[in-house]
Design a protein around this ligand. Sequence first.
Ligand code: UTP
Length: 492
Amino acid sequence: MNLPNSLIDSPVNNKSMNGKTLEKEYPAYKRYIKNAFDAGQAHIFRWWNEITPSGKENLLNQISSIDFLLIRNLVSDALMNSPQPMQGNITPPQIIPIPESATEKQKAQKARHIGEVSLRKEEVAVLTVAGGDGTRLGIGGPKGTFPIAPITRKSIFQLHAEKILAIQQRYGVCIPWYIMTSETNGTMTQDFFRSHRFFGIDPQQVCFFTQGMLPVVDLQGNLLMDSKSNIVMSPNGHGGVIIALREKGILDDMKRRGIKHIFYHQVDNVLIKIADPVFVGYHLMDHTEMSLKVVKKCHPEEKVGIVANIDGRLQVIEYSELSRDDMYAKGADGTLKYNAGNIAIHMMSIDFLEKVYQNGGAISYHTAIKRVPYLNENGMTIAPENNNAMKFESFIFDILKHVQKSVIMEVLREDEFSPVKNREGENSPETSRQDMINQFGRWLRKAGISIPTDPLGNVLGLIEISPYFALDEEELGNKIDKHMRFNGHLSL
Ligand code: UTP
């Protein structure tokens, strides 16, 4: 395998600039400069003599944060290993079904009660991971700031905030809210919260922290630059939360506040049932370390990770790793055998996260091939038409391999999962808005109000129900005027 060959190509080596000169000039950064040169990444200093002192400082600070050995190993792995089919004996996991029988409903009621007790004891915090670049949505800012609500155009962050406020009101408690951002979007996220007065939440209960970043490399492993003094960096994946929680002192902060369990979700799911007491209760009932919500796959080839046991241990298997036979395999009841789609909603116990961190953070990195703008060797910005770069990301579900005990709860996709991923098409703002409207439509229909739909089942008209008015179908049913007539536009 050819590791970065920039040492050979770079004008840095052809001219007077070399590692030793730089090391002498900046003794405080000697180790880092040497690391960069040793790793074959000398080309990042290509424009050294042209850049300003602050540009030089930026570049030196960047290289001091980069683990060049790690990058070298990740590149080496990425170039040498073609994707391997999954190894091991796969079996479906045990799943708590959507309650239908009286016994199942009773169990869910019991779980709700346990969850509510824990919420009232203020043992649960909410953790929102919002550090992703949101490249596919492409709004040039944090995804949570996207104006998503069907009528009021409230942002995704505001919807989450209002759900938290509504839960606080319901249980008479304070729920700490931890938000993971990245170096790229952290300041913008905090400014957004400040300029919206934290949407009415006490700023003391909101805690922002940033995750780690990793450099982005080209398909040969050379670090990419997007200016003459800046290496392209990218957040290290949602799995980066494990290290960040510990190293940014967040776990300690949680313990100080008496938090024992975390409700984890991703910022872009607009149907998220934040701190769902039934889920909290199931997690606590079985003294579980990490719990998951899953939905049924839409079709066998849906590009969603599935939750399954491999050699008896729980894992999320990416759709690309599942063999075609397993993808289409049927269970005894004729339904898909591997049908538990992971929707990245978890309960995690603080003690478990400590354990994972002590075991080295459990971080393994996955390579994503992406299209990333960069500066070519002539200093020109190139917006590539094809994939040209590798990003390295860790995934939260990789920590499942440390789990001794877990609970998997099935929920209805239309009630709990609608992520905003793409600018258009599936999982876009348009589909998420429609999913919200359809959910509100179902709640209203349950309350006896007639709501027309098109042949696809989409509500004809606009509906928005604020979390303050009703967090769920039951609350809506208790508050709504049952004689109300829907005229195609309803904002409550
Ligand atoms: P995605 O993997 O969908 O990435 O993240 P993304 O950044 O939102 O979008 P693309 O892939 O660039 O288009 C799922 C969730 O994980 C968070 C995201 O903010 C989102 O809530 N995430 C992702 C992080 O917090 N950090 C990361 O490094 C990556």
